[in-house]
Write a protein that binds this ligand. Structure first.
Ligand SMILES: *Cc1c(COP(=O)(O)O)cnc(C)c1O
Length: 228
């Protein structure tokens, strides 16, 4: 697992460079290591190198891994995949932050199932892509108000996965759009976190103001295929 540590250090250097380029401070961005489909041993290796925030896409996989890695008490799990309403009960006790609330129905279900304050982001479908999950920009106001009015949910910000573009720089307008949406809906005071940026476009996301980046491939290598 030495390659994981080496790759993690490389990503840390990329992030530090990107922050320096934008005149931002290292503590202004949280690096989430996206570990979907990766074995617990790879997560352990990154943890031993100081990584604490990990992102998972599937509730079942998160449940299994959090059990396998229960001895790593200060590890923080981020739920970054679409959450089905019938999985709300399983995910609430495990997640440090849920990045993907995208409907008032899911927000209500998470609020009902949470037994303690639950930090959430709203996923915005910034490209208005038909096949993608995420709240459409014109429905954002209502969803943010619903979360703000919920008993246990703590509104922390916005998240996006921009449309795929051939050049990494193609993501930049969508990152700027997410930041504009934050300004339109209460600014950094109400929505401090912007979760955006993956392996290919990390630098563009940091330049656009990301406070959380979600990096998988550059840390763990190519993912084994689902179920394999
Ligand atoms: C898989 C995934 C990532 C990580 O993508 P990489 O390109 O491997 O860095 C980030 N965010 C979400 C929502 C993902 O599903």
């Amino acid at each position: 697992m030495d390659h994981v540590v080496e790759a993690l250090n490389h990503v840390r250097a990329r992030l530090a460079d990107a922050l320096a380029q934008s005149g931002r401070k290292p503590e202004q961005v949280c690096l989430v290591a996206v570990s979907k489909y990766q074995p617990p041993a790879a997560i352990r290796a990154a943890y031993q190198a100081g990584q604490r925030d990990f992102g998972e896409n599937y509730v079942q996989e998160l449940t299994q891994k959090s059990a396998d890695l229960a001895d790593l008490a200060d590890l923080r799990w981020h739920m970054i995949g679409h959450v089905q309403r019938n999985k709300a009960r399983s995910v609430t006790p495990l997640a440090h932050l849920i990045h993907t609330v995208d409907s008032t129905e899911l927000a209500a279900e998470l609020d009902k199932r949470a037994h303690q304050p639950l930090h959430v982001l709203v996923e915005v479908n910034v490209g208005a892509e038909a096949q993608k999950s995420g709240c459409l920009p014109n429905a954002l106001s209502e969803l943010l108000d619903a979360i703000a009015g919920a008993k246990r949910l703590v509104l922390r910000g916005l998240m996006c996965v921009p449309p795929h573009t051939l050049e990494a720089s193609g993501a930049r307008p969508y990152f700027d759009r997410l930041r504009e949406l934050r300004e339109l809906h209460g600014g950094a005071e109400r929505l401090p976190e912007l979760s955006m940026g993956m392996t290919a476009d990390l630098e563009h996301a940091v330049a656009a103001g990301a406070t959380i980046v979600r990096i998988g491939t550059a840390i763990f290598g190519e993912r084994p295929k689902a179920g394999g």
